[in-house]
Design a protein around this ligand. Structure first.
Ligand code: SF4
Ligand code: SF4
Length: 540
């Protein structure tokens, strides 16, 4: 972790009392550690996004196009026409404050502009000035203000301090979804080239090579071949996945974080072991080296970009002639699939209603998207007793489960991951009720914020999650946090290391693979990470 991160005492001292000045008069101070680097102009150019240039957030001059006010005003007018939800969200907030203390960034920073109600107000105040009679006539008296350079900077700073997690929307009596307001806020900023690089470059890479890291097809395959070697070392069994195989029944798509970043790599090994196990029972599945990314950084950019990036996996399923898609453990992939895909690129009529070739279960919930989450698939296998499991191989881990914001709030995936964990592990404890399921706290790094330069923001935002985990660590000895999202797997080790050092983060299918008994396997002495199983410490 970077040396300039404040120590734990400093970050734990959070003042939640509001400043003395009204919010419009409280200047926004853009502070190092709380924002990500601006987008690389090359990445914006690659995506045909306008006004790619070098600029610096701490400098006075952001090198805006001359007519930036006009561009944003036109952009807002256009979106108010196209998105009825935006107009409703702009008009119907009653400022009841139910959402105010629900955002992990407000809890962790104490900054009132991180209250969801105020985050929305940043945009709503400008809307009010131009689109409401009261705002036009009475201005500030009714919370209206013009779009100035300072307001624009405030937008950039705070719209990129929202992880679009939607926790606030669970508590809003009117269903106002501040994440949707953030999406629109970012769309407007993108019209004048104000993005962050942690979003723009992965989006550009994904558009070019099929995954966020810009890995080319042969390197993607090499990495999976490497996992096959690792699996053989641990289990004695050789797995042989297929790639880009035309006519396979199922296309498998997972986030590239599972393939290229620890500890997600162990989750990828988990998928490979499970698929190998099921081969003899009729599983006919292929990986694609082209649709090599489930994640969709378009969600963090604009509706248009989300649509463009989502199209790829469906185009690949068409090219290969598969019948349906099985999706790995990913966060925003699933929110895009469930909330947006149908109106953007769907329905996926070239595919068939997914049916498990092992159990015969028909996944009616995927009737339109034709895409099944792997925990739905594996939970179904466990329910039908199709897996030979030795739970004790996970006994060195005492687990809790972090509901990733997008699969839990975006698609209601609450039970299946728990069913799978309990089906393959002996020791499981829930974190406090108001911090799990649809109330789950964000990892603090979603929505394109998982960079190094904004570490203070990430750690502050990760505090509520880490705090709930610390509770079960102290009361039940929990030492492992399972999750079904690649950004969580990348972000949570850092947050936990800071707030609750020494803990482990895992994907659910890493646990499945540890427990799965393969035909012809060696006696296992270690887990997939090469760490000794309970009772095997001496033999290592
Ligand atoms: S969507 Fe999440 S990060 Fe954004 S304001 Fe709401 S609670 Fe905060
Ligand atoms: S809970 Fe909803 S209505 Fe109440 S302040 Fe927040 S956004 Fe407005």
């Amino acid at each position: 972790m970077a040396d300039d991160i404040p120590n734990i005492e400093e970050l734990s001292t959070i003042v939640h009392s509001p400043p003395k000045t009204p919010w419009m008069d409280t200047p926004t101070v853009i502070r190092k550690g709380m924002f990500c680097h601006p987008a690389n102009p090359k990445s914006l150019d690659y995506l045909s996004m306008p006004y790619g240039r070098k600029w610096a957030p701490m400098e006075e001059d952001w090198k805006l196009p001359e007519n930036w006010v006009e561009i944003i005003s036109d952009g807002l007018r256009d979106r108010l026409t196209r998105f009825r939800s935006l107009r409703i969200f702009m008009d119907c907030c009653v400022r009841c404050g139910a959402c105010a203390d629900k955002c992990h960034f407000f809890i962790g920073t104490g900054d009132p502009k991180n209250m969801p109600v105020l985050r929305a107000e940043l945009l709503r105040s400008v809307y009010r000035k131009d689109y409401t009679l009261a705002g036009k006539l009475l201005g500030r008296m009714v919370g209206a203000r013009p779009l100035t350079y300072d307001v624009l900077k405030e937008w950039w700073y705070y719209f990129f301090q929202c992880s679009e997690c939607r926790r606030c929307s669970v508590y809003c009596p009117y269903g106002i979804d501040t994440a949707e307001i953030t999406i629109i806020g970012r769309e407007l900023l993108n019209l004048i080239g104000l993005n962050i690089d942690w979003i723009a470059t992965p989006a550009a890479n994904c558009f070019r090579t099929g995954n966020h890291l810009g890995i080319q097809p042969h390197a993607f395959k090499d990495m999976i071949d490497f996992f096959c070697d690792e699996i053989e070392d641990v289990t004695g069994v050789r797995v042989n996945p297929s790639f880009n195989r035309k006519g396979a029944e199922i296309l498998f798509v997972t986030p590239s974080g599972d393939v290229f970043a620890d500890p997600g790599t162990y989750t990828a090994m988990g998928y490979l072991i499970l698929f190998h196990y099921l081969e003899s029972q009729g599983l006919d599945i292929t990986w694609s080296t082209y649709a090599s990314e489930g994640g969709n950084f378009g969600l963090f950019t604009s509706h248009e970009m989300m649509k463009r990036l989502n199209a790829k996996m469906y185009a690949e399923s068409k090219r290969l002639g598969t019948k349906w898609i099985l999706g790995g453990e990913c966060g925003h992939m699933w929110r895009v699939i469930h909330q947006y895909m149908d109106t953007m690129n769907g329905p996926a009529d070239h595919l068939e209603l997914p049916k498990s070739p092992i159990t015969g279960t028909v996944f009616q919930n995927a009737a339109s998207t034709k895409m099944v989450h792997i925990t739905e698939f594996t939970a179904d296998l466990l329910r039908h007793n199709k897996l030979k499991i030795d739970k004790s191989r996970n006994d060195h881990q005492i687990l809790s489960f972090h509901d990733s914001c997008n699969p839990s709030r975006g698609m209601g995936l609450l039970e299946e991951p728990r069913e799978v964990i309990k089906g393959v592990c002996n020791h499981f404890f829930e974190m406090p009720e108001k911090t799990i399921r649809e109330h789950t706290f964000c990892c603090g790094s979603g929505s394109g914020l998982n960079a190094g330069e904004n570490m203070e923001l990430r750690l502050r935002g990760g505090l509520p999650r880490a705090n709930a985990f610390k509770h079960v660590h102290e009361t039940h000895g929990v030492n492992t946090l399972a999750t079904v999202c690649a950004i969580d797997r990348a972000a949570l080790p850092t947050a936990l290391d800071y707030w609750v050092p020494g803990m482990r983060v895992t994907g659910v299918h890493e646990l499945v693979a540890n427990a799965l008994i393969l035909d012809g396997e060696n006696e296992r002495t270690t887990d997939l990470r090469g760490e000794p199983l309970a009772g095997m410490e001496e033999e290592e």
